[in-house]
Design a protein around this ligand. Sequence first.
Ligand code: SF4
Length: 373
Amino acid sequence: MENFKVTPWEVIGDVDYSKLIKEFGIQLIDKNLLRRIKKHTRVLHPYLTHGIFFAHRDMNWILDEYEKGNVFYLYTGRGPSGSVHLGHIMPWLFTKWLQDKFGVELFFQMTDDEKFYFKDDISLKKAQALARENALDVIAMGFDPKKTHIFSNTGIAKFMYNQAALIANRITFSMIKASFGLNESSNIGKIFYTSMQAVPAIMKSVITGNNVPCLIPHAVDQDPHFRIARDVLPKLNYYKPASIQCLFLPGLKQGGKMSASEGVGAIYTTDNIATIKKKINRAFTGGRGSAKEQREKGGNPEICSVFKYLFMLFEMDNKIISTIDEECRKGERLCGQCKIYLQEKIIHFLKKHQSQRERAKEIFDQYWVEEQN
Ligand code: SF4
């Protein structure tokens, strides 16, 4: 891939998703699959109709099994390297929708060990504390407490290690080099790590003693982990995990993936109103140098981060989106108008999220799973 790079730890440049589909060997979500999903969900989530969840592996098989009564469970996760921002929330919103529509269990993995191996400035203690802190945002999404189990890799280390050892035994260093670009100078935690990320894909099967299909909703950068899991798990007599994959929410500044380290380029779930307004006011748009020029020549929503935030998170009404797009291109709309609209939407969303996040502290134990020493 020439102008961009996508790995589980790094997204650089403007991602060409059609090239990525070929490179990763994933499948586009087509009309037939949408029809099949709709048969069970009655309505389609706008993320499916907007093409934000755009690719998959084995979704048809998941639905075949579901229709036979072999019900899947969901697995997703978070690398706790800092505060949660809106880019993380996007796949969680969709995961919640899947849980509600199919009435299924969710296993949510906090990869505290991973962040320790991959981030020089994060101690293991810090990653463990962040895992619990980030779990508040997951709980705030309103997942069903009876069907949702949140854990960190070190918090259930005995279970995780027992399974990861079986998986690691089937993975060679050349597979790791080819999939992740790691090499002899990488610490051996990094090289081992993908075995830990594969474990939740068999978690319910291990717990129940039956082979249970697993569906993983995730951002497309995590696909290399699950490619390896799909390769190895059948050798241990488990199903290959299926996946449904989404685009990245761009940063407010430089495009590409919204990264937790971007600071002003990301809106965090704990940001206050003044900070949200400041960040959106400074966001990169497709507008012209002056209002006069914009009225004459029009703007470009395709490169505009404000437009993308509306399209991907805060304005799910296609008619309104089309109107904004058209007015922008014709010069009938100025960026200030869009920014105020987006600020109002974000503030409304985060006010509710922040109050649910406070309440999450009281109900934390209903979700969090930890081994006793
Ligand atoms: Fe973006 Fe709106 Fe400005 Fe167009 S008018 S470039 S959509 S902020």
